[in-house]
Design a protein around this ligand. Structure first.
Ligand SMILES: [Fe+2]
Ligand SMILES: [Fe+2]
Length: 292
């Protein structure tokens, strides 16, 4: 991957462009598995669309089974950095991109708006914490990872790519498409083997899940691990890899998704006021420092 040009490393003006684009694709919180077809979707008027297309072209080309295993080896050692959650937010906020005039909220503000919306609806405190942490894995960008290996809809690797994944035609450039081990419906997996046995395309979801997996209830861990798995939670494209336990847990993933996607608001949350509550919440569940 060392041969990537700057444009291939960062096709989007900022990571937020991906999430803004998701809102165009899934404008309705209730619209589970009835999103626009890819054809309708790409006809939307949107000046950011070309960069999003290019982003998915790179993502679908390079996210192979081998690439994912290599990234898991590299990052799940957690030997890059150790810091308190609070320092991680400061670190994460370096991701604000000056070249993107539309990025008016920093990363922490998106996290707080998500967690505050969850709190306002009276959900359990660990789910509020999930809201606060869910995008912390985006620090991968600060370790030099290309945007398409940090964000984007996630999908299983090691088996056939569903045509319900956004821009499925870009998988034509993915070598796994032509590899007999990986291009059948089940590929390296067995029917309904359970998602715990499935490698997902690499990004911020798996990374943050692995980081905090010993500290939160399983429902919350599913939310973290699969929050970008739109091909399943919105399109139901991979039911054949899920077991009954996954289906039960995906009720929680579905509960979480609207808070991530629809809580964005131009008014920044009052961090000074909120901080004591969140300090207590973090101290209740997490160790003093996290390993990145
Ligand atoms: Fe996310
Ligand atoms: Fe998010």
């Amino acid at each position: 991957m060392s041969t990537l040009s700057a444009a291939e490393q960062n096709p989007l003006a900022s990571l937020d462009v991906w999430e803004d684009d998701l809102l165009e694709r899934y404008p309705d919180p209730e619209a589970i598995a009835q999103g626009k077809t890819t054809e309708e979707y790409r006809n939307y008027e949107n000046p950011g669309r070309d960069t999003v297309r290019e982003f998915y072209r790179l993502n679908h080309t390079y996210q192979t089974y081998d690439f994912v295993l290599e990234k898991e080896r590299e990052f799940l050692k957690f030997d890059k950095k150790e810091m308190p959650v609070w320092d991680a937010f400061t670190f994460l906020n370096q991701l604000v991109d000056d070249s993107d005039p539309d990025t008016d909220l920093d990363q922490l503000q998106h996290l707080l708006q998500t967690s505050e919306a969850i709190r306002a609806d009276g959900h359990p405190d660990w789910m509020v914490l999930v809201g606060l942490l869910h995008d912390m894995g985006k620090v991968l960008c600060l370790f030099g990872e290309p945007q398409w290996a940090v964000v984007g809809d996630t999908f299983p690797v090691g088996c056939a790519h569903s045509d319900k994944i956004v821009y499925p035609e870009f998988f034509k450039a993915n070598p796994d498409t032509y590899d007999e081990r990986y291009n059948t419906k089940y590929g390296v997996y067995t029917p309904n083997c359970g998602l715990r046995n499935v490698h997902m395309s690499w990004g911020h979801d798996e990374y943050v899940y692995q980081m905090v997996k010993d500290h939160l209830p399983e429902q919350g861990l599913y939310m973290l691990r699969y929050h970008s798995f739109y091909p399943q939670h919105r399109e139901n494209a991979y039911d054949h890899l899920m077991d009954d336990h996954d289906r039960e847990m995906f009720k929680w993933v579905n509960l979480f998704n609207p808070y991530d996607l629809y809580s964005k608001n131009p008014t920044p949350p009052n961090w000074t006021e909120l901080r004591p509550y969140y300090e207590d919440l973090v101290a209740k569940y997490l160790p003093a420092t996290l390993k990145f």
